[in-house]
Design a protein around this ligand. Structure first.
Ligand SMILES: [Zn+2]
Length: 236
């Protein structure tokens, strides 16, 4: 296998990397904003459901208090009709019992009203957050979409070219190539320049340089592991 194949592959990969760098962190940012938007939406739904429940509970307590008040005033009316102390005490106990009930309804009602107030404020805040987020998001989505569509055609051409370049490259070479790319910032093939590796600057033995020039087999830098080529030969 000729080093020329790897040189071509590296050129294509570098162009592909430049294309994806153009998009920068935009795709990740859009995804993060989408996630935030969804989580605020979910919270809003559950908060609004709770607000509805609270309305129901608050109304229920109002009805309960009214009913207890009616009952108490009826009991008080009966006080005028009692004929002995025993009846009187029994009525008073009943009235006290109703009053206890009333104050427990009232204190529940206060708790619900407080919760409603807090929740309403938080819903208002979330709605404005969501508004800002949605504006920000739609701007970024537009930017992302236009960047993607601008580069889509070029990316397709490069992907096709890459597939064609991969034909005839053996698997073990590709494994090393991929590994070196990952560890060496996307560059797995470099030119020898001034007797040194063009990637890390390490000295390359003259014998290796001769073989690289003659394209005898594949050679890698002993230090950084990148594949080596020599341009003067390639230009022939
Ligand atoms: Zn090197």
């Amino acid at each position: 296998m000729s080093i020329d194949k790897l040189v071509g592959l590296q050129e294509t990969d570098t162009k592909l990397k430049d294309l994806s760098d153009l998009l920068g962190d935009l795709p990740a940012k859009v995804e993060e904003l989408n996630h935030q938007e969804q989580s605020i939406k979910d919270s809003l739904v559950s908060n609004k459901e709770r607000l509805k429940e609270l309305e129901v509970e608050i109304h229920k307590r109002e009805v309960d208090v009214t009913q207890v008040n009616d009952k108490i005033s009826k009991l008080k009316d009966q006080l005028f009709l009692v004929t002995n102390n025993k009846q009187y005490d029994a009525l008073m106990t009943e009235i006290d019992h109703r009053k206890d009930k009333r104050s427990s309804f009232e204190s529940e009602s206060i708790d619900f009203l407080e919760e409603k107030e807090t929740l309403t404020a938080s819903v208002t805040k979330m709605e404005s957050e969501l508004d800002n987020l949605t504006n920000d998001l739609s701007e970024r989505r537009l930017k992302l979409e236009s960047s993607i569509s601008e580069s889509a055609e070029e990316k397709k051409e490069l992907d096709d070219l890459r597939s064609a370049q991969l034909v005839g490259v053996d698997e073990s070479t590709m494994l090393i190539y991929d590994k070196v790319q990952i560890h060496r910032n996307g560059i797995a093939v470099v030119e020898i320049s001034g007797g040194a590796c063009g990637g890390c600057g390490a000295h390359v033995p003259p014998q290796v340089i001769t073989e690289v020039r003659a394209k005898e087999g594949l050679h890698r830098c002993g230090v950084c592991g990148r594949y080596l080529f020599n341009n003067t030969k390639l230009d022939n």
